[in-house]
Write a protein that binds this ligand. Sequence first.
Ligand SMILES: Nc1ncnc2c1ncn2[C@@H]1O[C@H](COP(=O)(O)OP(=O)(O)OP(=O)(O)O)[C@@H](O)[C@H]1O
Ligand SMILES: [Mg+2]
Length: 433
Amino acid sequence: MRSIRRQLLFWLLAIVLLGVGLAGWLIYRQALAEANELFDYQLQEIAAALPAQPFSQVLGSRDTGDEGIVLQIWNRNGVLMYYSHPRAPLAPRAEIGFSTEHTERGDWRVYGAIVGDNVVQLAQPVSLRNRLAANVAWRTIWPLLVLLPLLGIAVWVVVGRGLAPLRRVTRALEARHPEALDPLPVTGLPLEVQPLVQALNGLLERLASVLETQKAFVADAAHELRTPLAAVQIQAQLVARAHDDVTRSEALTDLQAGVARATRLVGQLLALARSEPDQHGVPQRVELQPLLGECVAACASLAEARGVDLGIEASEAASVTGDAEALRVMFNNLLDNATKYTPAGGRVDVSLQVEAGHPVVRIDDSGPGIAPAERGRVFDRFYRVGAGANRERTDIAGSGLGLAIVRRIAGQQGAQVTLDDAPAGGLRVTVRF
Ligand SMILES: Nc1ncnc2c1ncn2[C@@H]1O[C@H](COP(=O)(O)OP(=O)(O)OP(=O)(O)O)[C@@H](O)[C@H]1O
Ligand SMILES: [Mg+2]
């Protein structure tokens, strides 16, 4: 698992280490340049301080083995008069000025000069200068290297403290009751963590509203199912108590109607639950003309039985992107309402037109219509016109869910549903995509 703390520690230490290494190398270069300057000067000074008069005889060496500076002196005739370290791997030649000699024991810095009657040559191993520069660099950087573990501990602790608010938020979330959806406190949180907690709070808010809707829906559904089921129970009792065939048959008809109402209510409840925001299918291209034709055909026999003339008046080719099944449920509910609430002898006209590039479906009927004051409320769940206190007297069966389903689906499919007066006097429902 990737840990911010570990990554920060790793990269910080790696960068510091790289920086120390670079600093060490720069210091080494600088110290080497200075050592070269100083030692060259020293070689020159030593050469200048040597005796200028001719040597009377070849001198023996005092070879100490320590080859800090090797000295060779020749006389005018090229005879080597003095050699401080005869075992030094230097060529027996004299070159005036500074030069670097490559030997089997490394490089040597050599300085040759004419001092009076003699030619002198001073030589020094280059490794001596390198070692000196390396020592200088090392003395500068080792305290930094010693501090590195301390820096690591400090980074570990500081980052840990910086991440503490995240752990606090996690603990607060873990300790929560599943239904506690109130927002988490944002105050006191670092700037970087705030957006995360704010996003979480947004999600909690949406969850709370969905949960609220669901609870209300379940409560309403349970309440609404009680009425038709109670009716079914009474009707069943009446069937059981019937003494003659005529009363029994009448009671049975009532019972069947009651069961049909309860079935319709369950069906509508299911349709509403299916039209929940997270339930819609993959959007696809839907041709409205054939879809509407199918819905009207499906409703035709029912309309005929109710004595209502149902037909498509005008129809243009139009398509939308959406869920065909959801659209079918929406149109079926609107057609069901129009044919159900229009008295026998009336008519229902369906039209599909394209207006300003947008498909518009109109369903007009010649029924009683809905009073303007009621038009806002009929979309509410379980709301029925003329219901309320005298609900039992609502003569046409219905659960009051149809238009709620219509509005929900329209919202999801990018359509707008409006209610108006139809030219024939009834209700005009307009679905504008
Ligand atoms: N075409 C219409 N003409 C007159 N009134 C209507 C029409 N459509 C709906 N209404 C009124 O609006 C109310 C709500 O309609 P909705 O479709 O939501 O419920 P419902 O038809 O009663 O029940 P459901 O459709 O769930 O079986 C209805 O009770 C009815 O009074
Ligand atoms: Mg309805």
